[in-house]
Design a protein around this ligand. Structure first.
Ligand SMILES: Cc1ncc(COP(=O)(O)O)c(C=O)c1O
Length: 365
């Protein structure tokens, strides 16, 4: 029977599988599978969100102006060069739909964020996957993969799920090696966590070039994943074209209000960063002490590699942790079948994970 058929490429997309939520697990559950913050959002953001409930009949101001101004003040940026979206995912979608079409190619790295292939294929283009070196993006390999059809290069910096980052010199070298008509998307979703002095989130490169954009999110350190809020800093010509395809009211009033309050609450962000610094170091050390390989991470999660031995595999560890209400993330879909990603949690959750992993590794198989 005849029926509507999606355009070519759509059925090649593997649907995104989010981190498990814990539904169906008996007892207390600690969700450490989606890189959310254990501290939650600023109480001021929650209050602003609740206050917005009094006027749900109103449309938002379409350009997110007040939020763009608040972001501009916080980072010293021109609000006219910012676009807000329903999560940075929406913005990544805008970019792919704007700059990619059939016959075009977009490059991402082997263990890069899964949304890049999805938005690329949804736009009818081909995704080109480039090998990483020691779980880190390899600038030379990316440059070698560029063809006359390349239109976009995606780079998460820091990268999810590896937790690795490219220092500013490497990012600049990559940009310098790209043709000026290739859009270089720097996804800085975890940048607020990075404490390295050779790291730069992308602001400088966006400001000084015509083909670089930076995406950011309120889902991670700001603790607002539920409301779906992200933003983009880009050259004026990119902002102009994205404003043509953006839904006229793509960010809701509760999200705008919560975002404005969150970005002003610097003390809350500092608290979240300090918590992360303390516990990521502790977790990395304790887990390594159990004989497991832990990839160095500058973000709010750790990638842990498990042995390829019956009784000790990542899959078995995940099932073992799950029984204790500890929900982590298997990352086979990121090309890392022997690894689990662990988001830094509360002190209680972190201690429970280490105790559970110690029991798992100590069992007789
Ligand atoms: C690298 C990276 N980019 C973007 C996102 C999406 O963030 P948002 O919640 O703003 O859509 C995530 C979320 O996991 C991520 O890990």
């Amino acid at each position: 029977m005849s029926r509507p058929v999606p355009k070519p490429g759509i059925l090649d997309i593997a649907p995104y599988t989010p981190g498990k939520s814990g539904a169906g697990v008996a007892g207390r559950v600690f969700k450490l599978s989606a890189n959310e913050t254990p501290l939650g959002p600023s109480p001021k953001a929650i209050a602003a969100y609740k206050a917005a409930a009094d006027h749900l009949e109103d449309y938002p101001e379409g350009s997110s102006r007040v939020l763009r101004e608040a972001i501009g003040r916080a980072y010293g940026l021109d609000p006219d060069r910012i676009i807000c979206g329903a999560g940075s995912d929406e913005i990544l979608n805008f970019l792919a739909h704007t700059y990619l079409g059939p016959g075009d190619e977009a490059i991402h790295t082997a263990h890069g964020f899964l949304v890049y292939p999805i938005v690329t294929k949804a736009a009818g283009a081909k995704i080109v996957t480039v090998k990483e070196k020691n779980l880190r993006a390899d600038v030379d390999a990316i440059l070698a993969a560029v063809t006359p059809r390349t239109k976009i290069v995606f780079l998460a910096n820091p990268n999810n799920p590896t937790g690795s980052y490219l220092p500013v010199d490497e990012v600049k070298r990559l940009q310098a090696g790209l043709r000026p008509d290739i859009l270089f998307i720097l996804d800085a979703a975890y940048s607020e966590y990075v404490g390295k002095n050779d790291y730069e989130c992308g602001i400088e490169l966006v400001a000084t070039s015509n083909n670089v954009v930076m995406t950011r999110t309120f889902s991670k350190i700001y603790g607002l994943a539920a409301i779906r809020l992200g933003w983009l800093y880009a050259p004026a010509h990119v902002v102009d074209v994205l404003n043509r395809i953006r839904g006229p009211f793509n960010v809701s009033i509760p999200a705008l209000k919560a975002g404005i309050a969150a970005i002003r609450d610097i003390a809350h962000v500092e608290k979240a960063r300090a918590h992360n610094d303390k516990w990521i170091a502790w977790l990395a050390e304790e887990i390594a002490r159990l004989g497991l390989h832990v990839a160095p991470s500058v973000a709010n999660f750790l990638l842990v590699r498990f042995p390829d031995e019956p009784g000790r595999t990542a899959k078995e560890a995940d099932a073992f942790l799950m029984k204790r209400g500890l929900i982590l993330r298997l990352v086979a879909s990121y090309g890392l079948p022997d690894c689990i990603r662990l988001t830094v949690g509360t002190e209680e959750a972190n201690r429970l994970v280490v105790a559970a992993l110690a029991d798992f590794m100590g069992r007789k198989s």
